[in-house]
Design a binder for this molecule. Structure first.
Ligand code: B3K
Ligand code: ZN
Length: 844
């Protein structure tokens, strides 16, 4: 397959002055007519007229009204063109009803919808489908559907016909069209400068009652972006549409965001607290793209982090402001370590700005999104809040309407702060997670911290240069009082020391507060010191981090030596759980054990072969012991954390319910499931119903409840996804693959719906001990289903191959079993470019 390189970038040889599209909708034979005004760029390096186009049936093509016969390949067409501005007109036919890849124009549950990012527009018509080609679009839709939507503002609407005009020049990847018999949840928003905007969430009939929360989230996002970044909305209307079949979470098409229904539909009866929080964050994320992504877009797809890293950073700020900042930070770091660190330390490791790819859809990764956001966070910490805001003002001012690069982005910071960011830029260019070794010394009132950074080689990058690392540090005295408030040390060298003077005694350091850089901290420290920080640190993130480290060490000792769970850790945990002065959401996080995959990675790094079953057993023993030690207080804790009154999805109630759910799962280990059964029967909201069912199934009980759940919810797709996923997630390791396999035979299972596929196969891949069971049944089942899915939906198949990316951690028999499955996938006839690239990189 062809490889694309950043270094090969050349601008397109033509300006696109305007685009006019007409859609004549028909499920198997939609006609797309395009009228595009091109102007050759004077002195363009590449004057060849090439339009992308895939799987299109060209009916006719004209230049300035005269029929032409372009040369057509599988990728697009070329044609001789005049030296003067000209009008290109083409008519193509496409087959949305047969489009199972869910890219381009496709059908979902009887409605038409589009997904064009990254390169889907070329499946709709011939076009220079690259983000640096921006133009205004006018769209005419002819169809029998009641609702016909596209980008921008409505021009005219009548029976069977709608016309839309988007005045903001945009790349084709932001194009969208939706047509269906939909109903709306309407509202309005008045911008800071007094402009009234019509808001709609469009859903299938029956889902109207699940829109109110999303609408509130949208309005909050609009207000927040005005206040935090001075960004106003810029059209008369903002539409959101919920779609059941969608490859990812949502898409920020200009003025017409398309959402996976799981990321917008919410009701207390069908959605958990975690769903509500996620929906709020994704609505914000897509809305924030209007400025960071749409008004200012990417020059090419190598610059993807320009919009994604920044927009993830912005949505994290939003959630921190709406909810609890430290709880958000802790959750984000858990997620970063679970998804980005393994990627960065394995065969798929790539820079935040990659320099080559075969299939760009394979680069919508945790590295580009989440590490991309971490880089913005470091930059903000280094320059300070005010300078950050000034730099962003300059960015919007200078680059509005442009397609930009990381160089443009950094230049804005250099110009507005006077800082040289040459070294900082390595964060974008170098892959891999830096390790930061820490040593300390104390003499005559001076405390010295010495840091050493190093990054292991990654594919294609054997040598790494030192990076700029902002290290937020505070110091505590022996009583737990802070003697040095948080200060940011700016590390630039491979090895560097920092001193603190005038201290009465050797302090206890709190290093990398708020997780100020995405690095792995390595420090010889005692459990006593960890317990001390867990009890006293003023930085909530580092308090949690100390608890997390204690838990990890306890588990590792259990796995390696068969030791009993560490008593001092269990003591500390019990104190915290009972400490009513602490935020319940924080206490719930403290009770959440490090993931079994994290433990496997830690063991691997220390030179041991991780045994997934032993890691699972240690986790079980530890949780069982904790439950027994807390036995006397559990009923009271359960009662105290039970939220009374009607369900509200706010952060405070959700935090309480999260803690309550953890307590319930401990209690269920002791009471035979009595309390969980009572909670299940009484629950009037999904958070409590689901928590009860999860506790029961994990304790190998709850068969009756699981059946009742199915009876109650079989008509609700999103709730059924939970039912599918939970049975796999709660299964004991030896049964995981079997249960997942059985579920793929269920009448409600289908390869055609990515949510359902992910519910079962994602839960299988996410069950560490189940997926890596020594039998190899998990590997084989996943490979079977990936092979089956690939010919229908390459994107979702390729994405799920990441389940295999950590294979080099495990013992030789497991490695052989995984390699065998990866080869089997790779040898599949007609394998997609997406999956082929992923499997080849993982095997390498
Ligand atoms: N920009 C889209 C992701 C598109 C993925 C294409 N394979 C959603 C987002 O990040 O907001
Ligand atoms: Zn995004």
């Amino acid at each position: 397959a062809e490889t694309f390189y950043l270094k090969d970038y050349t601008p397109f040889g033509f300006e696109v002055e305007s685009v006019q599209l007409t859609f004549r909708l028909a499920p198997h034979a939609t006609r797309v007519l395009s009228q595009i005004r091109f102007t050759p760029k004077p002195g363009a390096a590449d004057p060849q007229f090439f339009l992308h186009g895939e799987k299109l049936n060209l009916i006719s093509a004209k230049i300035d009204g005269v029929a032409v016969s372009p040369v057509i390949t599988a990728e697009g067409l070329t044609c001789d063109t005049p030296a003067e501005p000209f009008l290109w007109e083409a008519e193509v036919e496409i087959d949305p009803a047969s489009n199972t890849a869910l890219e381009g124009l496709y059908m979902s549950g009887g409605m038409y919808c589009t997904q064009c990012e990254a390169e889907g527009f070329r499946k709709i018509t011939y076009y220079p489908d690259r983000p640096d080609v921006m133009s205004t679009f006018t769209v005419r839709i002819e169809g029998d559907e009641e609702v016909l939507l596209s980008n921008g503002n409505p021009v005219s609407q009548s029976q069977g016909l709608a016309e839309w005009h988007d005045p903001w020049p945009k790349p084709a990847y932001l194009f969208a069209l939706v047509a269906g018999d939909l109903v709306n949840h309407p509202d309005t928003f008045t911008t800071r400068s007094g402009k009234e905007v019509e808001l709609n969430i469009w859903v299938r009939p029956g889902d109207e009652d699940k829109c109110a929360f999303g609408m509130e989230a949208l309005k909050k996002s609009m207000t927040w972006d005005e206040e935090a970044y001075g960004r106003e909305y810029d059209l008369d209307i903002f539409n959101i549409v919920a779609v059941d079949d969608f490859n990812m979470g949502a898409m920020e098409n200009k003025g017409l965001n398309v959402f996976n229904s799981s990321c917008v539909l919410a009701s207390p009866e069908t959605s958990t607290d975690a769903n509500f929080e996620r929906i709020e964050a994704i609505i914000a994320h897509e809305y924030f793209h209007n400025w960071t992504g749409n008004r200012i877009t990417c020059r090419d797809w190598f610059q993807l982090c320009l919009k994604e890293g920044l927009t993830v950073f912005r949505d994290a700020q939003f959630t921190a402001d709406m909810r609890s900042a430290s709880v958000k930070r802790i959750s984000d770091v858990i997620d970063l370590r679970a998804r980005q660190f393994p990627e960065d330390q394995g065969p798929l490791s790539h820079p935040v700005r990659p320099e080559e790819f075969q299939e760009i859809n394979n680069f919508y990764t945790a590295t580009i999104y989440e590490k991309g956001a971490e880089i913005i966070g470091m930059l903000k910490r280094l320059v300070g809040d005010e300078a950050y805001r000034k730099a962003l003002d300059l960015y919007f001012d200078r680059h509005d309407g442009q397609a930009c690069t990381i160089e443009d982005w950094l230049q804005v910071f250099e110009d507005s702060t006077g800082r040289d960011l040459t070294q900082f830029k390595r964060w974008y260019a170098q892959a891999g997670t830096p390790r930061l070794k820490v040593a300390e010394s104390f003499a005559d009132g001076t405390y010295t911290l010495t840091f050493e950074q190093s990054t292991a080689p990654t594919p294609g990058q054997p040598d790494k240069d030192p990076r700029v690392i902002p290290i937020a540090v505070g110091l505590l005295n022996g009583n737990g009082d802070e003697v040095q408030p948080t200060t940011v040390l700016e590390m630039t060298q491979a090895k560097q020391s920092f001193t603190f003077e005038g201290l009465a005694s050797k302090p206890v350091p709190s290093i990398l507060r708020e997780f100020s850089a995405p690095v792995i901290l390595e420090r010889d420290t005692s459990n006593t010191e960890r317990a001390f920080l867990l009890a006293h640190d003023s930085d909530l993130f580092n308090r949690w981090e100390a608890g997390n480290a204690l838990s990890r060490e306890a588990r590792i000792a259990m796995v390696l030596t068969g030791a009993a769970p560490d008593a001092s850790y269990l003591d500390a945990l019990q104190k915290l759980v009972r400490d009513d002065s602490l935020d319940p959401a924080f206490r719930a996080l403290i009770l959440q054990p490090p993931s079994q995959s994290d433990i496997a990675q830690a063991l691997f790094e220390r030179g041991h072969l991780p045994d997934p079953q032993k890691i699972y057993d240690a986790a079980e023993t530890l949780t069982q012991t904790l439950a027994q030690q807390l036995a006397d207080s559990l009923p009271r804790l359960y009662a105290d954390t039970t939220v009374q009154g009607p369900y509200q999805p706010d952060a405070v109630s959700a935090g309480k319910r999260a803690l309550n759910g953890r307590i319930l799962s401990l209690l269920t280990r002791l009471d035979g499931g009595d309390q969980a059964s009572r909670q299940y029967d009484a629950a009037d909201n999904m958070t409590q119903q689901y928590a009860a069912l999860a506790a029961l199934l994990t304790a190998e009980k709850g068969t009756a409840q699981s059946q009742a759940f199915y009876q109650q919810w079989q008509g609700d797709r999103l709730v059924m996804d939970k039912w599918f996923a939970l049975q796999v997630a709660a299964a004991p390791p030896e049964a995981t693959a079997h249960i997942a396999s059985r579920l793929t035979e269920h009448p409600l299972f289908t390869l055609k719906n990515p949510n359902r596929f992910r519910a079962v196969m994602g839960a299988l891949a996410g069950s560490h001990a189940g997926f890596h069971h020594a039998s190899g049944a998990g590997y084989q089942l996943l490979a079977d289903k990936l092979i089956a899915l690939d010919s229908l939906n390459p994107q979702t198949t390729a994405r799920m191959c990441t389940a295999f990316q950590t294979w080099k951690r495990y013992d030789a028999p497991r490695q052989a079993l995984i390699r065998q499955q990866l080869r089997r996938i790779k040898d599949t006839k007609g394998l997609s470019r997406d999956t082929n690239e992923m499997v080849s990189r993982i095997l390498d």
